[in-house]
Structures are given as C-alpha cells and as structure tokens.
Design a protein around this ligand. Structure first.
Ligand SMILES: [Zn+2]
Length: 511
C-alpha cells in the first residue's frame, strides 16, 4: 500500500526532505514509491503496519518559511501536516494517541488537541489533524484564567521588547475581548509566540493562536496581530454572513476580515493599548494600502476571475481587509451619529448572540435588513464598494473632533522593476531607466539571491524602510537598497488637530 510522507499544508516546499530515517518494524517492509514524497509499505506477518521515522528540521531553512515548522535549540512548534504520515482515506476518522517521550524536564509543552500536551488522544481524520498544533520550549510561560477558563501563553525566541511586557499585553487583550464580547469561551486556550526573521504571521486554530514574529516587532504590530487573530473567535467564529455555495469563498471577507480588523483596533484603544493617533495612522494606512493596491477599483467579478486564473495573491486578498475596515469605521460613525452610542461593537455583539443557536451565520439579506433597521444602508454600500469596487469616502468627522482630513502627497509604491517576474525567474527583469531601482544600480539580468521588505501587502512590510535586494555578481553577493517610491498622488488622510483646536477646525473642514 501507498504511504505518503509529510506534506506541509502551511507551505514548506518538499518537507519530506527532512525525514531522516523511515523503517518498518515487526516485519513491515518499506520500499521506494513513485516519487520522493511516497513510499510503498507491505504489512508484517500479523497484518499490521509498524513504522518508525525521524524528522529533523533545519532551523536555518525553516526561518525562510513563514508558517514552516519553527525549531531551535530551546523550542519547537509543528502543525499536524508537517509531521504526520499519510495513509488511506484522508477524511476517515481513526484513533490517534500522541505522546511526548523523553522531553526535556524544564520545557513547557502545548497541544491544541487537549490541555495535557504530554499525552493526547483523538479520533480524527488526517485532514482534521493537519492544522492541529503542538510544541514546547524552555522560554517564557504564563498561565492565567479568564471567566474561569485557562489561558496559557508560551513565548520562545529573542524579542527586542521585554517578555514581561508581552505577557502583560496578551493578558490584557484576551481579557478585554472576552469581557466585551462574551459568549462561551473555549475550554482552554493557548497563545504561542515564536521567532521568525522578517515576518509577522499568525494562524488561529481551534483552542489557540500561534504567532510567528520578527525580533523587532513593534508593540503596535504585536498588539494588532494578537487582537485581530483572537477576535476571529467572534467574527467569523460566532457571527458570519452565510455564503451561497456558488459564491467565491472570499465574497464576505470585507466583513470577516475587515470588521475583525476594525473592532480589534477599537478594543485596543478602549483598553489603553493603542493611542487615537495610532488608530488614525492605521486608517491612513488602509487608505494608502488601497491606493497602492493594483486591484483598488476591481469589481467582485474581476477578483473572482483573478482567483480562477490562480493569481489570487496577497494584494487581491488584502483588498477585502482594507475595504472592510474602512466600511466598518464609516458605519460605526453613522451608527453613533444616529443615536447609537455603543456603535458597531454593540451591534456585532447583539447579532452574534442572536445567531448563537443558528450555527453563527446570518443570510446576506438578514444581515442587510438588520443594518437597515439601524439606519445603515448596508446593501447599497456592499454593492457600491465590494461588488462594483467604487472608492470608499469617509465622513469628515469620522474620528471625532480631534481629527481632520487633509490632502497629502504620498508617493505610489513603485520599485521600478518587475518584482513578480524577477522572483519567478530568480533574475532581475523589467528595470525602468527612470525608476528608483535603476538609480540604485539594479540592472536587468542580475541574479536575484534574496529580497527584504519587498512584499508590499504582507503584514510586516514597512514604508519607512528600504527595499533590500541581494544580487549575485561575479565578485560575490551585492546588496542594493532603495525606497520603492514612484510618482506622488494626493490622498485624503486623517490628521490630528492640536489640542483645543478640535471643534472649530472641524467646522471649517466641512467644505
Ligand atoms: Zn484575519
């Protein structure tokens, strides 16, 4: 019978190369399969298949794969698909016992399958187990309780910020979200922070949130990803807009991602973990991100066809995040202006409670009807901004009297060479003689070794840091750095008013 070696559903290419040994026991015979990721096994005389295998992940290779196994001398983290073998029907539930043997005494361990990571039992399919996570380490560990349920935080790796500050922030975020949005908390919950160079990546799985972050992640970046991912417990976990099976899976990501982002930010402000100026800066980055997004005017149908061509990249995906967060901000403002002091957060909480018995989903028409009853023409906004891709304009007083809109010249993201094609061909392509890449010394045909800060629509991208390109020369690697800034456009961005000038200045802003 055929035996599949691990296959990483989180994107590590050819993860089977890290299987160092694989052998049959008690008469089980293992022979080569049709390719590197397959083996052929013949059961032993008792009709059973007994196998022993060893996986050893190279920490340096893994550091280049955002969601790959996260390993180091003092910690590890793996997802099920990164180490489980594949046999038979991947959808068939089978009994599993997972034990940690001879584990270092001083380490702390976690599993998303159960509260005792050293031994878990589960009757589940390969598919169901592919995203379950386990790990351990000698680093920081802090348990606490919220609403009578245990939450455990595991931090490994070196971060610039003191670990105690990170523990305190996580505790505040989990506690504030649960106290504000309520609902039944999971029986146990793990928050895991692991090191990964140059990225900020998170994955929310049942009973846990796992975050991979660069050493210099700022408090704002860390709070945001934690708050965003953990808020998914409520949206879409407890409230989502139902999807017709014929519709693209991302049709309502403006809600499930955009509203999550907005409400997560808002709660950080309420809880004192984010200033209003930082909040305004994030609204501005939504506006700039949209202006830089090649799909900014795309209709829903156009994005569906992009996805059908297999070109649904980070830019296409993030469109819904930016649009949704801006729509949420505008609706929140309108709700409050119509005499709903609690605004959007209260409305979402109330809707989630209402659909708790109905699988946590609401039909599109029921959602629009509920919003209409609060005075928000949600259907019209959805059709305008999501279906037809028309720009979103924010009301002048959307952030209160302390902020106003100003036209600001912002350079467009434009590296001046064909980034995507260069990556695909591992060689520099499409350098424009008038662009910033040419001025910095980049030339067509140079061998591309690596890039830093190039992924414009990734969480970790920084506008204030240059794009770094390492190319291979005859005399060795050469680093070329420049800001990927093209022609400037006028964007309408929020600006804080000096204290005391709020109200009068906003009046004059109503142009
Ligand atoms: Zn999300």
């Amino acid at each position: 019978m055929s035996l599949g070696l691990p296959q990483d559903c989180y994107g590590t290419p050819d993860i089977e190369r890290f299987v160092k040994t694989l052998s049959g026991e008690h008469g089980t015979v293992v022979t080569a399969g049709t390719d590197a990721s397959e083996r052929h096994v013949t059961p032993g005389p008792d009709g059973r298949v007994n196998l022993t295998y060893v996986l050893s992940f190279d920490p340096q290779v893994m550091d280049g794969v955002a969601y790959g196994p996260n390993v180091g001398p003092r910690h590890f983290h793996v997802a099920g698909c990164q180490w489980l073998l594949r046999m038979g029907d991947p959808r068939q539930a089978r009994p599993h016992v997972i034990e940690l043997k001879d584990a270092p005494k001083a380490w702390r361990f976690y599993s998303t399958l159960g509260s005792d990571a050293t031994r878990t039992e589960a009757t589940a399919s390969y598919e169901a187990l592919s995203s379950f996570a386990m790990g351990g380490g000698a680093g920081g560990f802090e348990p606490f309780q919220v609403q009578g349920r245990p939450v455990s935080v595991f931090i490994d790796g070196a971060f610039d910020r003191p670990v105690d500050d990170i523990f305190a922030a996580i505790r505040r975020i989990v506690t504030a979200q649960r106290q504000t949005f309520g609902g039944a908390p999971p029986p146990f919950f793990h928050v895991v922070l692991r090191p990964r160079s140059g990225v900020i990546a998170g994955t929310a799985v049942d009973n846990a949130f796992i975050c991979f972050a660069k050493k210099d992640i700022s408090p704002r970046e860390l709070h945001l990803i934690l708050a965003h991912e953990m808020f998914h417990t409520w949206v879409p976990g407890q409230l989502d807009i139902a999807l017709d099976p014929s519709e693209a899976q991302f049709r309502h990501q403006w809600f499930s991602e955009g509203f999550t982002e907005y409400l997560a930010r808002q709660l950080l402000v309420v809880d004192g973990l984010m200033s209003m100026n930082d909040f305004a800066a994030l609204v501005n980055s939504d506006l700039i991100n949209l202006a830089d997004n090649p799909h900014r005017d795309a209709t829903h149908a156009a994005i569906v066809s992009v996805a059908k061509q297999g070109a649904f990249n980070a830019a296409a995906k993030k469109l819904a995040y930016y649009r949704g967060a801006l729509i949420a901000l505008e609706w929140d403002f309108q709700l409050k202006a119509k005499g709903n002091p609690q605004g959007l957060a209260a409305l979402i909480k109330e809707l989630a409670a209402r659909v708790a018995g109905a699988g946590g989903t609401l039909s599109e028409s029921a959602f629009f009807a509920h919003m209409a009853a609060q005075g928000i023409d949600a259907r019209a906004d959805f059709e305008r901004h999501i279906v037809r891709g028309e720009p979103i304009s924010l009301s002048p007083g959307v952030l209160g009297p302390g902020f106003t809109f100003r036209n600001v010249a912002v350079p467009a993201f434009d590296p001046g060479f064909d980034l995507e094609l260069s990556l695909k061909e591992s060689a520099i392509k499409g350098v424009l003689r008038t662009g910033p890449a040419f001025r910095a010394g980049l030339r067509n045909g140079m061998k591309l070794k690596s890039l830093r800060n190039s992924n414009r629509f990734a969480n970790g991208w920084r506008a204030d840091l240059p794009l770094e390109i390492t190319v291979d020369n005859q005399d060795g690697p050469r680093q070329i750095k420049f800001f990927p800034r093209g022609a400037s456009r006028q964007l309408r961005l929020l600006q804080a008013l000096p204290p005391g000038q709020g109200a009068s200045r906003v009046d004059t802003e109503k142009l």
